[in-house]
Design a binder for this molecule. Sequence first.
Ligand SMILES: Cc1cc2nc3c(=O)[nH]c(=O)nc-3n(C[C@H](O)[C@H](O)[C@H](O)COP(=O)(O)O)c2cc1C
Length: 258
Amino acid sequence: MLVCLGKESSNAGAFEAAQHFAVNILAETQRDVSAVFATRGINRFGSINWRRGDLGDPILEGSTAWFECRMHDRIDAGDHIILVGNVQSYDHSTASPLGYCRGTYVSFQLEQDIVAGRNRKTRVGAILEAQGRILFLASKSGMLALPTNRALGAGSEPGTLRGDLAALGVSYDLDFLYSVYEENDTDTLNVFYRGTAAAVPSVGGVIGYTPEEIPLDRLEGNALRKLMCRYINERLHARFSVYAGDATVGRFKIVVDS
Ligand SMILES: Cc1cc2nc3c(=O)[nH]c(=O)nc-3n(C[C@H](O)[C@H](O)[C@H](O)COP(=O)(O)O)c2cc1C
């Protein structure tokens, strides 16, 4: 775990001496907590709920993830110092994390609002990875598609993506929004998530391919081929971006909550 700490921080001395520290990943609903920690000269721990972890470091209530680390190294990096932590314990929840980009907080939950606010057809799908394999559904003709339905749904609601995945017996987590694009000819808004599944289910019609094995010529439609090519490339570099646009032209960006 790396943390880049500005040398002008009033806490620089404490981190110079510290043998351990905690990193809290705030949830999307915790902008106020972020503001507290970005404000100098106040009693930060007096106004929020927190507890001590095993090493004594502060674990903030409501964080979507936390990591308690032993100090492994400190690296001088100009006006910052890089703290390298060896993770001793951690936990996480399903809450969306709070992001920050170009001076604005970033909402990963925004896609839900986009879908809810539009009066048109939607297709919600998932790129699900299980043990390095991506799940596809094969049609009788041998063409491949990702699992999709008209809505994300909740639990095992029939007629939704979650319902379909439950019916296939897939145990999974949707990690983040990966692509939002409009198909203007069919007036359909496509929303694809990236997720992780425990295993490729042994059900007829479900196939798991490693990224190198995916037969691109058997993917259903150009938009899916493009989506998967980007995914394979970004996965190789372990850097994922969010796509927003239409089926042919769009921008890769983080969807910013205004
Ligand atoms: C979203 C966000 C992320 C930040 N990330 C860092 C960071 O990675 N490193 C850092 O030194 N300061 C970061 N800051 C700035 C500090 O929070 C800010 O300088 C703070 O006032 C420092 O207080 P201190 O001097 O008590 O440490 C960030 C601020 C915000 C709002």
